[in-house]
Write a protein that binds this ligand. Structure first.
Ligand code: FAD
Length: 415
């Protein structure tokens, strides 16, 4: 393919942001509000599909910080007030308003095509420049950071920035280009998913909560059901690849077969119709050697991605944007910043809390704790805080000593 190089075209900005998903749009808005010259380079055109549709209340604080709360509240997304879990005939639910940590107790379940476009449009209204159809192809950090960008005509140009924020999600642009990739300790899992016209008639079904169902025979296989406000749901199954049958065949068949194996979901979705072709994401858990230096920071999924079971992805993405923007504003204003102390360590406190719970989900400790028939209500509130996204609240003993506290509860439940 011929590549046109516009060698003369060089642009200078304070911050170049790769990707206009939630972490990119929020970071751009926060930096622009402090007078920084920001340019967002987004490969695709919005609206575009993205997985990750169930938000956590904690992220509403960051949305408010970016001055986008009114727009999100007015958009007509499905209200969400908690999470429900089911395994065979056991059912338990968490009401996010009944939690230990102060802060919002409700949020939304969103089709990300609309949600991400809304955040990006709000950032644009605030004055941020988002350039769509622009793919970041290479980076040079020898002196001041420099990005090579390719537009849809195949032309390339250079963006010089004082700092780069990589918000490229599973694109993982800087981890790839700078050899920062590090394997995740979590096993390779696969998600097969679709949107459905759910046609749910069951009067007990709570559309205000994500429903996580566990496979009756394999407790490490689980399903999400995320209702939207338009009569549709997002439905997906997560398992190790060998547990899902023929992934090279028709993915609709894989998804429908897996749904038929979970009696509760089978009954609930008896009249459901698939909206799209089912899709698959495999091996999405990822990690990096370095999250930030004084020239770049990795936000959201471009840094570490754990696992979808607790819907923590967008919340972590937004927290990372907020933390990075605060550190970066100081650096651009002339302060010396230790990115480990000001960004990586505080961000990882929350990520590590979620990690404790993800690991305990798959080895069934957490499942034993939540399905326990006689839970201590204060402990439930503390765990509820984490499920609502407040995984950074060091006042919560289930955050500050997450492993020890969780293991204590599991021991009591199991005995
Ligand atoms: P993204 O939203 O992925 O945005 C990245 C953007 O960067 C994209 O628009 C992309 O086009 C752009 N880009 C990529 N490469 C380039 C390039 N070279 N140049 C320019 N632009 C580029 N999270 C939740 O909170 N709730 C859930 O219910 C949930 N469910 C999930 C289910 C599954 C199966 C998986 C795998 C993840 C789930 N997640 C969920 C996680 C969630 O999808 C992500 O954490 C979230 O989208 C991360 O946001 P982000 O801003 O980091 O990146």
């Amino acid at each position: 393919m011929t590549q046109n190089v516009e060698q003369s075209r060089v642009e200078d900005v304070d911050v170049a942001i790769i990707g206009a998903g939630p972490s990119g749009s929020i970071a751009a808005s926060l930096l622009h509000a402090q007078g920084k010259r920001v340019l967002v380079l987004e490969k695709q055109h919005f609206p575009r599909f993205s997985i990750g549709e169930s938000l956590l209340p904690c992220c509403m604080q960051v949305i408010a910080e970016a001055n986008m709360l009114d727009a999100v509240n007015a958009a007509g997304f499905q209200y969400k007030n908690g999470a429900a879990f089911r395994c065979r005939d056991q059912y338990t639910s968490f009401d996010f308003n009944d939690k230990f940590t102060p802060g919002p107790g409700t949020t939304f379940q969103v089709e990300r095509a609309q949600f991400d476009k809304l955040l990006a449009d709000e950032a644009t209204k605030q004055g941020v420049e988002i350039r769509y159809g622009q793919s970041v192809e290479s980076v040079n950090l020898d002196s001041a950071p420099e990005l090579t960008v390719q537009n849809e005509a195949g032309e390339t140009y250079t963006v010089n920035a004082k700092f780069i924020l990589d918000a490229s999600g599973f694109g993982r642009v800087l981890p790839r280009l700078l050899d920062l990739e590090k394997p995740s300790h979590l096993p390779t899992r696969t998600a097969v998913f679709n949107h459905i016209n759910d046609n749910i008639t069951c009067p007990d079904f709570d559309r205000n909560k994500i429903l996580i169902s566990v496979h009756p025979d394999n407790k490490d296989i689980w399903y999400w059901l995320i209702p939207f406000s338009n009569g549709r749901c997002s439905v997906g199954v997560v398992a190790e690849p060998h547990q899902l049958g023929n992934l090279a065949g028709n993915l609709d068949d894989v998804l429908l077969q897996m749904i038929s194996e979970e009696p509760g979901l089978k009954k609930l979705l008896a009249n459901a119709e698939l909206v799209n072709d089912s899709a698959l994401l495999q091996g999405y858990s990822a990690n990096v050697k370095t999250l930030a230096t004084n020239k770049f920071a990795l936000l959201g999924n471009a840094g570490e991605f754990l696992d979808p079971v607790f819907s923590s992805g967008v919340t972590i993405a937004m927290q990372s944007a907020s933390l990075a923007a605060k550190a970066l504003i100081k650096q651009l204003d002339g302060e010396a910043i230790d990115w480990q102390d000001e960004y990586a360590t505080p961000l990882m406190k929350g990520v590590d809390t979620f990690r404790t719970y993800v690991e305990a989900w798959y080895d069934c400790r957490f499942q034993d704790a939540i399905f326990y028939s006689d839970p201590d209500l204060t402990i439930k509130q503390m765990i509820c805080s984490i499920l609502a996204g407040y995984a950074w609240d060091q006042n919560n003993p289930f955050v500050s000593e997450s492993k020890r506290r969780l293991n204590m509860v599991v021991e009591i439940c199991r005995s």
